[in-house]
Unconditional design. Structure first.
Length: 121
């Protein structure tokens, strides 16, 4: 669960290292983004000579959150960091996804992100 001004790691190889959320999409009063929700962010740090540059405005989907996710079977999943994947028209901009990704991402319709991930939790 993240909100505006939150700084997150980028979990793909698009070139960005960190992004800062400045708008959560989904309504004028939407304050927090949960796993699988889209937000608009600004690239804070980036690798040189890659697709995404510093100061670019990008859309991201939240793939890991320190806030616990409660599942229907009663289990609770939490991650060590907040991480996002940069997307463009529902498809990831990078070709690899780093770190574990929760099953909820696939259930929300991001099948490409789930297939590129190292491990689904």
């Amino acid at each position: 669960m993240i909100q505006e001004r939150a700084i997150l790691k980028v979990a793909d190889n698009s070139g960005a290292k960190t992004v800062r959320c400045f708008r959560v999409l989904g309504g004028s009063r939407k304050r927090y983004a949960r796993i699988g929700e889209v937000f608009v962010a600004s690239v804070q740090t980036a690798e040189p000579r890659k697709q995404v540059k510093k100061k670019d405005v990008v859309r991201c989907v939240l793939v890991r959150s320190r806030a616990p996710i409660r599942r229907r079977d009663g289990t609770v999943v939490r991650f060590d960091d907040n991480a996002a994947v940069i997307i463009e028209k529902q498809e990831p901009k990078g070709t690899r996804i780093f770190g574990p990704i929760p099953r909820e991402i696939k259930e929300k319709g991001y099948h490409t992100i789930a297939s590129l991930a190292e491990e689904l939790v």
